[in-house]
Design a binder for this molecule. Structure first.
Ligand code: ZN
Ligand code: ZN
Length: 351
């Protein structure tokens, strides 16, 4: 075992504070990583506050990890010391079910092992995330960061990026398609970049007039103010896909009506019951599809990093010292970040 430093929450009211813990001895298939950067995801806040009632304290969040390889186990073939690598939302799965065999480990029939607040399948230790100086992860769940990508702004690709990329790829978004992206936060702004790079005509749906200029800057072809009934009526039956990144309950019905017949509404942000209720007729009368999608498998997580390098796509980030993490959470709750905080893990050394 080796001693690791990080930041953990000890209760749902404690906020995050320095924490010392052990990382496991590397197994033959493990890669040891010194962490340089870790993105800050809304999911981290939910776990720190125990919003979903499943948090085991102390919890060390962080699942947008970028670092350098410091050691590899004897069975590791894909990585060597010095490689710049990434670790996303999962660190293990059963590896043998139909989902895992298809490279869709996020849908593992036995459940994936999350990067933090989960239990290691082999030694039953607790998994701790990337708000720390090092991590040990099985090779299968480590991806290569292409040289062309700036490592700090690449971190959010591992969650916000893959979450929006995977469904666009799965449903074959391409030139000629009209894609609506609902919400313009960490996920939404990546969704715009990917849909554009895939050749689609992209419209941002946002509640606030103040985001119009910013949406255009992000590459959106059009902006629809979703609170403006006239604009929503004009958008009816226009879109092949709606990528819904909104993480809180919202009325899906007006957006369903924006889809053409056979159009697909893809939920990637919401995990709660749909409220207000869905008018099933909005699906039935136009053969529309309501779909959901969760991150992406390991092959696709590598693919999205390579895609970003090829198309010069980066996440817009604001760098953060870990000592300021609690203040950053407060700003995120108000939507006050463009568009992702990334912790510079060098700051941990100042503790
Ligand atoms: Zn995340
Ligand atoms: Zn599996």
């Amino acid at each position: 075992m080796s001693n690791a430093k990080g930041y953990a929450a000890h209760s749902n009211t404690s906020g995050l504070a320095p924490f010392s813990f052990d990382r496991r001895e590397p197994r033959p298939d493990d890669v040891s990583i010194e962490i340089d950067y870790c993105g800050v995801c809304h999911t981290d806040i939910h776990f720190v506050q125990n919003d979903w009632g499943v948090t085991n304290y102390p919890v060390v969040p962080g699942h947008e990890i970028i670092g350098r390889v410091t050691a590899v186990g004897s069975d590791v073939t894909g990585f060597k010391v010095g490689d710049v690598v990434g670790v996303g939302c999962m660190v293990d799965s059963c590896r043998s079910c139909s989902a895992c065999e298809a490279g869709l480990e996020q849908y593992c029939l036995e459940g994936m092992t999350s990067t933090y607040n989960d239990e290691d399948r082999h030694d039953h230790s607790v998994t701790y995330g990337g708000y720390s100086d090092k991590v040990v992860v099985s090779e299968r769940f480590v991806v290569k960061v292409p040289e062309k990508l700036d490592p700090s702004s690449a971190a959010p690709i591992l969650c916000a990026g893959i979450t929006t990329y995977s469904p666009l790829r799965h449903y074959g978004v391409k030139a000629g398609h009209k894609v609506g992206v609902i919400g313009m936060g960490g996920l939404g702004h990546m969704g715009v970049k990917f849909a554009k790079a895939l050749g689609a005509e992209v419209t941002i749906f946002t509640r606030s007039e103040s985001k119009v200029a910013e949406a255009k800057k992000q590459g959106a072809d059009h902006v629809v103010i979703s609170t403006d009934e006239e604009q929503m009526a004009a958008a009816a039956e226009h879109y092949d896909f709606m990528l819904d990144t909104v993480p809180v309950q919202h009325d899906l019905n007006p957006y369903l009506n924006c889809l053409k017949f056979d159009g697909i509404h893809i939920i990637v942000g919401l995990l709660e019951p749909v409220d207000p209720a869905l008018e099933a007729g909005n699906l039935v009368f136009k053969r529309r599809v309501l779909a959901g999608s969760l991150i992406g498998g390991m092959p696709e997580t590598q693919e999205v990093l390579d895609f970003c390098a090829e198309h010069d796509i980066t996440c817009d980030v604001e760098m953060l010292d870990i000592q300021n993490i609690n203040g950053a959470y407060e700003r995120m709750k108000k939507g006050d970040v463009k568009y992702r905080f990334v912790i510079d893990m060098q700051s941990l050394k100042a503790n």
